[in-house]
Design a protein around this ligand. Structure first.
Ligand SMILES: N[C@@H](CCC(=O)N[C@@H](CS)C(=O)NCC(=O)O)C(=O)O
Length: 251
């Protein structure tokens, strides 16, 4: 079977009895957050890879902004990964709870997430675009302040305590990329500055749901290779989820 992402001209996916669907692509950190939240809740879902340089009509119909992820559930269409995580926690009210039920504790989680979005994400975007590693100091400072320090203060295995919460889900895909970049020597995460964050990353890698959604170093290396050539990355690269093809139904 030829594997391809849905692209311009591809007809909408055919309902196949799976009630939850994510439009995304394999190496997109925002889509990974939604996949992780669903996996933690034990929800069966499928993923439709979307070619972002040649967006399928059904995807643009679902999100006219043309951004992944999109979460489709029982006729509900949602965008924005954080909103999706919150929705998943409400609709699937089984444990693990992704947000505390106590209002104050919940607000504290939301504050940590907002700080990561507002204060750390810009340095992540800059570092991804930067060819000369000039943005690495900012990336490290931001993680020191908004990940290493609060995690050290919490003194628990995860932001969610003994299990993951929305903050862990929110930051994981970006830490996963940093860790992979560190493994290939593109960046250095100094052990003396990041003792808590480094052991946290190792602990996260052992969580079964994280293992299911994360990528191997070889996956990353292969994907990064496709990004070195001019033009967009290969949105199809090594996806472990069922694909929709232009001439086939979803598996
Ligand atoms: N705030 C959004 C950000 C989503 C986002 O930036 N998605 C990118 C992932 S690569 C995207 O779809 N970009 C496609 C485009 O802008 O054309 C979220 O958390 O879901």
């Amino acid at each position: 079977m030829s594997v391809t992402s849905a692209c311009h001209g591809t007809p909408p996916p055919i309902p196949d009895g799976v009630s939850v669907r994510v439009y995304g692509w394999e190496f997109d950190p925002f889509s990974e957050k939604v996949r992780l939240a669903l996996t933690l809740k034990g929800v069966r879902f499928d993923v439709i890879n979307c070619d972002l340089k040649n967006k399928p009509k059904f995807f643009l119909d679902a999100n006219p902004l043309g951004e992944v992820p999109v979460l489709i559930h029982n006729g509900v269409t949602l965008t924005e990964s954080e909103v999706c995580i919150d929705y998943i926690d409400h609709v699937y009210s089984n444990s693990p709870f992704l947000y505390p039920r106590d209002a104050v504790a919940r607000a504290e989680v939301c504050i940590l997430m907002a700080r990561y979005t507002n204060k750390v994400m810009p340095s992540v975007y800059s570092a991804l675009k930067d060819q000369n590693n000039e943005c690495i100091p900012d990336l490290l400072s931001a993680h020191e302040k908004y990940v290493e320090a609060p995690l050290k203060q919490l003194n628990s295995p995860f932001f969610g305590g003994q299990s993951l919460n929305a903050m862990d889900i929110h930051i994981w895909p970006f830490l996963e990329v940093m860790d992979a970049k560190a493994s290939v020597g593109d960046i250095t995460i100094p052990a003396t500055r990041f003792p808590t964050m480094i052991s946290y990353i190792e602990r996260m890698k052992e969580v079964p749901a994280v293992k299911e959604v994360m990528h191997t170093l070889d996956d990353f290396k292969g994907f990064w290779e496709t990004w070195k050539t001019p033009g967009p990355p290969d949105y199809n690269y090594h996806s472990k989820y069922p694909f929709y093809t232009a001439d086939e139904e979803i598996l």
